[in-house]
Design a protein around this ligand. Structure first.
Ligand SMILES: CCCCCCCCCC/C=C\CCCCCC(=O)SCCNC(=O)CCNC(=O)[C@H](O)C(C)(C)COP(=O)(O)OP(=O)(O)OC[C@H]1O[C@@H](n2cnc3c(N)ncnc32)[C@H](O)[C@@H]1OP(=O)(O)O
Ligand SMILES: Cc1cc2nc3c(=O)[nH]c(=O)nc-3n(C[C@H](O)[C@H](O)[C@H](O)COP(=O)(O)OP(=O)(O)OC[C@H]3O[C@@H](n4cnc5c(N)ncnc54)[C@H](O)[C@@H]3O)c2cc1C
Length: 648
């Protein structure tokens, strides 16, 4: 298909699949009104449409050739998209919300995503006022193209063991940056390989032979004149990944790279001209950028999941397959209860994750404002909430997107379905910004402290009051006597709090008993790690059904009550099924953004699958060169052998 035709490919057609049309006619609510709620307001919907028009008027954002691109082309397209967004951001003076929205409309498929995701936020959070005045204009005007270089080949989780060093040289008032071992080379940072000319490098600060722990340093990587690596710098791409291949995740080896003393980020600590180390603020303030990205990841979780749910729901009402009774018309596959069980949890979780991200973002904004004003009282609770929710939501997204893919049968396995790329792009969310099992433990650690406070009647953090209400002797019984009770959100909240109380205090008890038995704290922690991680996880009816064990093995639900919850879950699915299409339509995802032959708005799935097949590079010629090189010989030999056999 010529690029022009491919270009038109994603434009919605007036001919809408009749099944899809009928589903829309029977909506029980105003889709546009729900879209405004999802966007945040009618004005934000208007703003999103403006940005859609801006981006999708540019060929590079229509991605028409994305399915058959080589890595270098993918990377260069990602660079071009980055630069377009950067130029528009500078020209139209976008704020963070506009930039994040534009990035989402580009599916975050931009090579230099770290510039706004981490590099600029790190300067804003970790630099002194003098340094911000100097560095922010250079970053916001894109003279400095940057990355956040923390992870090394040998260590990602355990920051205490990172090996890169920054040694203060009082003679020349400089830091000497070094990668002392092969495992110390920086490895993974986004845009480090070919794009960035500057990095924020996390390194062990060495002053007069003493290690003062991990601190951030601004390290120039490449010449501002011709982009060649600077002396002592060895930098490059780490190779193709499962997805996100527009991003040049890179490696960085530094050999005696000298930077001015002023290039140490000095908001939270500094080295004076005469070599004294001064620490300010809280010990973990330098971890602030990671907390921000964990909050962003809960937003990306919503975006990924709403994409997957949209494709799976629309395809499941267009696709007809088999019939319940011989001779009857084939059923829309979404009418199979098993299909609903695959697809509708992704739809429900999309809405739950949207609201959860909003709530977490409010907490983040509030605590961040406090921290900037010097009040770090809620930092620990924010760290717990952001760690637990990033871990849980990314885990659920990966699971539910795979179910959405499976729900689309063979066509879900085609690149043109968009779901495979979505699964692969979202897969690293369980790893980046803190691997999930590690972050769950961070949350569990905070939970254990809250339990210890609740046990002695001390006040507990606001998000953990259930540890007090559920422990009181006059706590009310769980009122689930019929299906209606299962729809009562306060009752469901009580169920979760009751279960959480049991699981969390159960984990605390196991840990305490182990320690009292004489086992060392860290051994006891490791021996109870699964219980501690469960203590940090959870969502509504489906969550109860899915995690039955925790609700039945603790004094939370009786078997009869659990059966009522299961029945209520199936009843709720039938209700949601009726409005499944309007509920995904409300995400209002442009076909170019969704980029799926199965999920397109008009439902003309088969025409699009066939049209996209034409773009396969294998179809450039009727007979592929491989025939002439290899297959023809095989066939001719076969014919020759058969002729010889027939003469015998
Ligand atoms: C629509 C399609 C969408 C598609 C989706 C895809 C979008 C993709 C977009 C672009 C792609 C990627 C972007 C993502 C980039 C990712 C960037 C990175 O990954 S950067 C590197 C991230 N690395 C980490 O997160 C490292 C994880 N490890 C740690 O954070 C720490 O080592 C640890 C927390 C595990 C341990 O901390 P440590 O200091 O070593 O020791 P303790 O555990 O003892 O903690 C001591 C103490 O500090 C508290 N603490 C720890 N961390 C924090 C924090 N961040 N904030 C506040 N407090 C913290 C901890 O609770 C302890 O407190 P106590 O009071 O002592 O208990
Ligand atoms: C797409 C992508 C983009 C990235 N971008 C950046 C970036 O821009 N900047 C940057 O600095 N880094 C980046 N990273 C690196 C990322 O932060 C690390 O991969 C992550 O922190 C995990 O560290 P690791 O890979 O070294 O795994 P490790 O820490 O070696 O962990 C390996 C496995 O061991 C287990 N494990 C480890 N520690 C524990 C523990 N304490 N308890 C229980 N189990 C444990 C877990 O199962 C874990 O998956 C990126 C990674 C990816 C995949």
């Amino acid at each position: 298909m010529a690029a022009a035709n491919r270009d038109a490919f994603w434009a919605p057609s007036s001919k809408v699949n009749p099944d899809l049309a009928r589903e829309r006619e029977s909506a029980t609510f105003d889709v546009r009104e729900l879209t405004h709620i999802i966007d945040g307001s009618p004005d934000r919907t208007k703003r999103r449409k403006e940005l859609e028009n801006l981006l999708y008027s540019e060929p590079v954002f229509r991605d028409v050739g994305r399915l058959s691109m080589e890595r270098d082309e993918i990377y260069e397209q990602g660079v071009l998209k980055s630069i377009k967004l950067f130029e528009w951001s500078r020209k139209y003076k976008w704020d963070d919300d506009d930039f994040e929205l534009a990035s989402r409309l580009a599916n975050h498929d931009i090579s230099m995503s770290l510039q706004h995701a981490m590099f600029i936020p790190a300067i804003e959070r970790l630099a002194s006022d003098t340094q911000k005045a100097k560095w922010l204009p250079r970053a916001l005007h894109y003279e400095m193209i940057g990355t956040y270089a923390q992870t090394e080949l040998g260590h990602g989780t355990n920051l205490m063991e990172l090996e890169t060093t920054a040694t203060f040289d009082p003679e020349r008032n400089e830091f000497i940056m070094n990668s002392p071992t092969v495992t110390s080379m920086k490895w993974w940072p986004g845009a480090l390989g070919k794009s960035s000319n500057t990095a924020i490098v996390l390194a062990q600060l060495i002053v007069k032979g003493k290690n003062h722990g991990l601190h951030p340093f601004l390290v120039p990587l490449r010449s501002m004149e011709d982009h060649t690596p600077l002396p002592g710098i060895s930098v490059g791409d780490i190779g193709p990944k499962m997805a996100l291949n527009c991003i040049d995740n890179g490696f960085l080896i530094m050999k005696n790279v000298r930077i001015p003393r002023e290039n140490m980020f000095m908001k939270n600590a500094e080295v004076t001209r005469d070599g004294r180390f001064i620490s300010r603020g809280v010990d973990k303030a330098n971890y602030a950028t990671m907390v921000l990205v964990r909050v962003k990841i809960t937003r990306w979780a919503f975006e990924s999941l709403s994409d997957g749910a949209t494709t799976a729901v629309r395809y499941s009402v267009v696709r007809r397959q088999s019939s319940l009774k011989p001779g009857e018309r084939e059923l829309q596959v979404l009418d199979y209860q098993s299909q609903q069980y695959k697809v509708l949890p992704a739809l429900a979780a999309s809405y739950a994750f949207l609201m959860t991200n909003r709530s977490l973002h409010r907490l983040y904004d509030s605590v961040h404002a406090d921290i900037m004003a010097g009040n770090t009282k809620l930092l620990a609770e924010l760290h717990c909430q952001s760690s637990a929710l990033k871990a849980y939501m990314s885990e659920v997204v990966v699971q539910l997107l795979e179910l959405c893919r499976q729900a689309c049968g063979g066509h879900g396995y085609l690149a043109s379905s968009g779901i495979g790329l979505l699964c692969a792009s979202s897969a690293p969310l369980v790893t980046v910004e803190g691997e999930n099992s590690v972050l769950y433990q961070q949350a569990a650690r905070y939970l254990m402290k809250q339990v210890a406070k609740a046990v002695v009647g001390d006040p507990v953090a606001s998000g953990f009051q259930y540890l007090l209400t559920q422990s009181s002797s006059d706590r009310p019984d769980i009122r689930i006597q019929n299906l209606a009770d299962c729809g009562n959100l306060d009752t469901l909240l009580q169920v979760y709090q009751r279960m959480a109380f049991s699981v969390v205090t159960g984990a605390a008890r196991k840990l305490q008993m182990a320690i009292e038995s004489g086992v060392e704290q860290h051994v006891a922690w490791n021996n109870n790690m699964v219980s501690l991680i469960q203590a940090a996880r959870f969502y509504a009816l489906h969550g109860i059904a899915k995690e039955a064990g925790y609700f039945l093995a603790t004094p939370t639900l009786t078997p009869d009550q659990f059966e009522l919850v299961r029945a209520a879950e199936l009843q709720a699915m039938a209700k949601v099924r009726h409005d499944a299409v309007p509920l995904v339509d409300a995400f209002d995802l442009h076909d170019i953004c969704l980029h799926s032959a199965l999920g397109c708005y008009d439902g003309n799935v088969y025409e699009r699958l066939y049209a996209l097949a034409q773009t396969s590079s294998l179809n450039k010629t009727q007979v592929h060169p491989a025939y002439y090189k290899h297959i023809r010989g095989l066939v001719k030999d076969g014919q020759k052998q058969l002729r010889q056999q027939s003469k015998l």
